[in-house]
Design a protein around this ligand. Structure first.
Ligand code: ZN
Ligand code: ZN
Length: 301
């Protein structure tokens, strides 16, 4: 069993928690340590029970609470070497660094994890896929544009947590941000707009996908309604309207999401399948019966 709860997400701070029956991993620690401990408590998790804290990149909205949290609770900090180099200067005391590849697979606390580089203005920012049993969860945030590698790594997931940072119209109308900041946000090493996220989902959504959790919404240049509507529209066009779309908020945690709620289909090995087909007489129809859910067909392919 793999579960996800987003403790908070937005330009002011990002943190999520991934749990299996036996392990608990915090993904980013961008809220203050006090806020992180509060939100963990509301989720029923004591900070000392965490197995570690994975950091995607060193921006303050992803590691603001890390120093104090790990001072109180000396938990392993998982990140790549370049990210550690940048973060180390601003952190006090000894830390329990656990260096992981910026691109590659590894296992931690029973979780199978895969990192891959993403284009963002940080030292070595990464996206992430976590697997446990049959469940697969993708995490993609702080990304300037979609790359072929993302298409390859984020295929066939049960749940995708992805940023939908800004609405293009609202960003262009915004008067608080200087032109240079807007350029940075929209640049190839900035953030994804609702449109970019929707286009990626239109391309990647498959019948296996159960849920999309949207995160990192700009407070001024996006709204949950705009972001959700953009994603729902492309899912409906792909005839995948049943996929759950949820927007994470900055000021409160999401509910717990179970990653992969459907049973694992039993694949029939080829020789047995042939024998069964012979017994059954005429060849099976190539189109599955209407009652068979589409995801089931996908799993057997
Ligand atoms: Zn961020
Ligand atoms: Zn960032």
């Amino acid at each position: 069993m793999l579960k996800l709860i987003v403790l908070g997400s937005g330009s002011a701070g990002n943190s999520a928690l991934v749990c299996t029956g036996t392990s608990r991993l915090l993904i980013d620690a961008g809220l203050s340590a006090t806020r992180l401990i509060e939100r963990l408590a509301l989720a029923g998790v004591a900070p000392e029970s965490l197995n570690g804290i994975f950091i995607t990149h060193e921006h303050g909205d992803h590691c603001r609470g890390l120093d104090l949290l790990t001072k109180k609770h000396p938990l392993p900090i998982l990140c790549n070497a370049r990210t550690r180099e940048v973060m180390r200067d601003s952190m006090k005391g000894e830390k329990n660094w656990h260096i992981v590849p910026g691109a590659g697979s590894f296992e931690f606390a029973g979780l199978k994890m895969e990192t891959f580089p993403v284009p963002h203005d940080a030292a070595e920012p990464v996206g992430l896929v976590l697997r446990h049993g049959e469940a697969a969860l993708g995490i993609l945030s702080d990304v300037g544009h979609i790359t072929p590698l993302m298409r390859q790594k984020l295929r066939a997931l049960d749940t995708l947590f992805i940023e939908a940072n800004y609405d293009t119209e609202l960003l262009s109308q915004d008067t608080k941000r200087p032109w240079s900041t807007k350029q940075r946000i929209q640049g190839r090493h900035g953030h994804l707009s609702n449109e970019q996220t929707a286009a990626f989902i239109a391309e990647m959504a498959c019948a296996r996908l159960e849920r999309i959790v949207l995160g990192h919404l700009s407070r001024d240049c996006n709204t949950p309604d705009l972001a959700t509507a953009a994603i729902r529209a492309v899912l409906a066009a792909r005839e995948l309207a049943e996929v759950d779309v949820h927007c994470a908020a900055a000021h409160e945690a999401t509910p717990w999401f179970r990653v992969r709620t459907r049973p694992v289909p039993i694949a029939v090995p080829p020789p047995l399948a042939v024998a069964l087909a012979r017994e059954a007489g005429p060849p099976a129809p190539t189109v599955a019966p209407a009652s068979a859910p589409a995801w089931h067909q996908m799993e057997l392919l």
